[in-house]
Write a protein that binds this ligand. Structure first.
Ligand SMILES: Cc1ncc(COP(=O)(O)O)c(C=O)c1O
Length: 304
């Protein structure tokens, strides 16, 4: 049975993931000179539409939803909204995306929201103050009513709920015995919360916050409490590498991402993955990893 008492529906073949995701070592002097090995955990190759942590976070929510419509939340460039819209198309179920910012309603859709709409997602734009209160039960009920989606299965912003966190435990398990430190970019903290719980006792997880505010440690703790009934694993959040906040990508970071991509033959996503990789280079330079450390860096997404 799922968390909400319904019998979960198995996912169709279209949603089959490539798991475990590949793990490949890179040759990079910025780490090698400190005696540090780096492996890339290619979660970006899990599924063409539900990329990276999206598949791990959504799969069990989709099973739990059964054939109910899905409602979820996100900003105008949310990868999570896009993944949910794609899942709706693949499963043949209606999706509604509640988007932060009613000023967007009268404008042409950006490429990310265009993709959502093409995948059949109904988009509803709400003002920022209502959006901030979306987890308050009365506000949520009003939002669902306004969207004519009272019977929908609600996936929270960023897809991070207890089911999603438990879905990310497998990521940690896949990395047991393969690395001393596992690094992952953090938005809501759900991926880190699950990953850390799946690692073995001698491994630690390092989340790199892509938002400023320093609230992620408390969020990850709360997500682990909801998912497991208490804090699990050895993890911490690095708060100093957000480059000014969410979606801030200064030229220096862009150049870093392009260079990293050229050196290692992958397209580096800027908002999350680049910030994590940059943090690892800076931490290695400052001597944060003793010689002999192996780091696995989780590539959680692709550029779009
Ligand atoms: C590419 C990518 N990496 C990492 C994250 C952060 O994941 P979480 O919200 O679980 O911390 C996201 C956000 O959902 C993302 O889109």
């Amino acid at each position: 049975m799922s968390d909400n008492g319904r019998v979960p529906r198995p996912l169709p073949a279209d949603l089959s993931p490539r798991l475990p995701s590949p793990l490949t070592e890179i040759d990079d002097d910025r780490f090698a000179r400190h005696g540090v090995r780096v492996l890339l955990k290619r979660d970006d190759l899990i599924h063409p539409d539900l990329i990276g942590n999206k598949w791990r976070k959504l799969a069990s929510n989709l099973e739990a939803a059964g054939d109910r419509p899905l409602v979820t939340f996100g900003g105008a460039y949310s990868n999570h909204l896009r993944a949910t819209a794609a899942a709706g198309r693949l499963l043949g179920i209606p999706t509604t995306g509640i988007v932060r910012g009613d000023e967007l309603a009268g404008r042409p859709l950006n490429p990310s929201l265009t993709r959502c709409a093409e995948d059949g997602m109904r988009l509803r734009f709400v003002d920022r103050s209502t959006y901030r209160r979306k987890d308050d039960p009365a506000t949520l009920t009003a939002l669902l009513e306004a969207a004519d989606a009272q019977d929908a299965y609600v996936v929270p912003e960023g897809g991070s709920n207890a089911l999603a966190v438990r879905g990310c435990v497998a990521l940690g398990r896949e990395l047991r015995g393969r690395a001393d430190v596992v690094a992952v970019p953090c938005g809501t903290g759900g991926t880190l919360a699950g990953l850390a719980a799946g690692l073995s006792g001698d491994q630690r997880a390092l989340g790199v916050a892509v938002l400023k505010g320093g609230f992620l440690t408390a969020e990850v703790r709360a997500l682990q409490e909801a998912a497991f009934g208490g804090v699990r694993g050895d993890w911490q959040v690095a708060d100093g590498f957000h480059f000014g906040g969410y979606a801030r990508v200064p030229a220096e970071l862009r150049a870093f991402a392009d260079d990293f991509g050229q050196r290692h033959g992958l397209a580096v996503e800027h908002l999350y993955v680049a910030k994590m990789l940059h943090a690892l280079v800076e931490l290695a330079r400052s001597g944060a990893f003793p010689a002999g450390t192996t780091i696995a860096a989780v590539v959680t997404g692709t550029p779009h």
